[in-house]
Design a protein around this ligand. Structure first.
Ligand SMILES: [Zn+2]
Length: 426
């Protein structure tokens, strides 16, 4: 029992002698949770805990950025060229063009626009809360995530006809670098023979295949890299789990079906039915809806998912200004990767109904008169580092209250915490 173990460590805290051993915080004494402190709820409450990954639980709250920190996706860019080097940007221009391609996509993400559809909608405009970052792989540090390849057999993209290869993954398999942790963009010219044919449509288009994306027409159209920002974000949208929104059911109620007009027109159906959504084929592709954003972040939060593997792991350790302060009653139904401690303030109740990752050396503090309820979910450090566990704060006779619904799973906690909550065969 902790009381006997720490009997010699009496601490003077704001004039009061305390048996609590972890120190003083704002006039409180603190110690790690033990099995004796925990209340257990019945199975009726257990049924109320839903851990289903519904998209709405992952829509970022702009007022609580610490609850869902910005996600950063690692990307690299490959410029596929003929052996004679005439069909794409070469080593002199590719690094700058590739960087501008990524900068343009990030800029568009930061400037998310209001949806045109449905007419008169009040769909909120939220920051999608993710950005792209060029990433090097081990052994390729000099390239800085921009690669030039010369291969007469694999440099080209053919979208229609007998020789179409847009669904082929050959170029990704041959030249992909770090596909398990980096999103690989391939800038590919159309085949010279296709371009010569009058019936072939030399478009700017793309296709997402696993963690690889093939982009065509970017070199041939001669435009600034910025003009391809919608295409880049659209294809990455597919990699992150989004579907086209005009055709079938994309799982989102805020992306209505429509005629897939290219742009607004003065009259006719496209005067009222044009879309500007990212996942339609249109001239703008600059609007992400809350559901689409939630869907992307649900994928980021799902352990082992394709999109989670692409993220910079910036949730492993503590970051300044990321402490999560809970001041009113809250229920967390979506999984979280936090970069700061959690403090449940006096008078507030926090119920955790899904996985939460705490940073290394992080902890959950429950103030006197505050309540923490943990469902049968995992609390851990998603990078395998040790976090402290749950601490209960006390002032006078009042202390924080902790209850478990079912059997929470604590991973990567300090040995002291494990010992404490195990002391009664918990
Ligand atoms: Zn598409």
């Amino acid at each position: 029992m902790w009381r006997f173990k720490y009997v010699g460590l009496l601490i003077f805290c704001l004039g009061a002698i305390s048996l609590f051993n972890q120190g003083c915080q704002h006039g409180f004494s603190a110690r790690l949770l033990t099995a004796a402190d925990v209340q257990h709820s019945d199975s009726e409450n257990n049924a109320k805990v839903s851990t289903r990954n519904t998209y709405q639980y992952y829509v970022p709250d702009p007022n609580r950025p610490e609850l869902q920190p910005l996600r950063t996706i690692r990307v690299n860019v490959h410029f596929m060229n003929s052996v004679d080097g005439t069909k794409n940007y070469g080593p002199d221009q590719a690094p700058e063009f590739g960087q501008k391609l990524i900068d343009g996509a990030n800029d568009q993400l930061r400037k998310n626009q209001k949806m045109w559809l449905p007419l008169g909608n009040e769909t909120p405009v939220l920051f999608p809360n993710y950005q792209l970052k060029l990433a090097s792989s081990e052994g390729y540090e000099r390239e800085g995530g921009i690669y030039c390849h010369h291969d007469d057999n694999l440099f080209f993209f053919v979208s229609t006809g007998r020789n179409r290869n847009h669904y082929s993954r050959d170029v990704i398999k041959e030249y992909g670098i770090g596909l398990d942790s980096i999103l690989n963009l391939f800038v590919m010219p159309h085949h010279p023979d296709s371009i010569k044919s009058e019936s072939y449509n030399v478009t700017t288009s793309g296709i997402a295949l696993g963690t690889g994306v093939k982009l065509s027409g970017i070199f041939e159209n001669g435009k600034q890299a910025y003009s391809s920002r919608g295409l880049v974000n659209h294809e990455i949208g597919h990699v992150l789990g989004l579907n086209h929104s005009w055709s079938g059911n994309d799982g989102c109620e805020d992306t209505p079906r429509h005629r897939n007009c290219w742009n607004l027109s003065k009259d006719g159906p496209c005067a009222t039915e044009a879309s500007n959504n990212l996942m339609d084929y249109n001239a703008k592709q600059h609007a992400w809806t809350p559901c689409q954003i939630g869907k992307i972040h649900a994928g980021f939060a799902r352990e082992g998912s394709k999109s989670r593997k692409l993220l910079v792991k910036d949730w492993c350790t503590k970051r300044v200004g990321q402490t999560v302060i809970v001041t009113v009653d809250e229920t967390w139904s979506g999984a979280k990767d936090l970069s700061g401690d959690i403090v449940v303030k006096t008078g507030a109740r926090l119920q955790i109904n899904n996985r939460v990752s705490l940073p290394a050396d992080g902890k959950i503090s429950v103030e006197p008169g505050a309540e923490l309820i943990v469902g049968p979910v995992k609390l851990h450090n998603a990078c395998g580092y040790t976090w402290q566990g749950i601490e209960v704060l006390r002032k006078g006779k009042e202390s924080g209250s902790v209850s478990f619904i079912g059997q929470p799973i604590f991973e990567n906690t300090s040995e002291e915490f494990v010992k404490g909550i195990s002391s009664k065969g918990f």
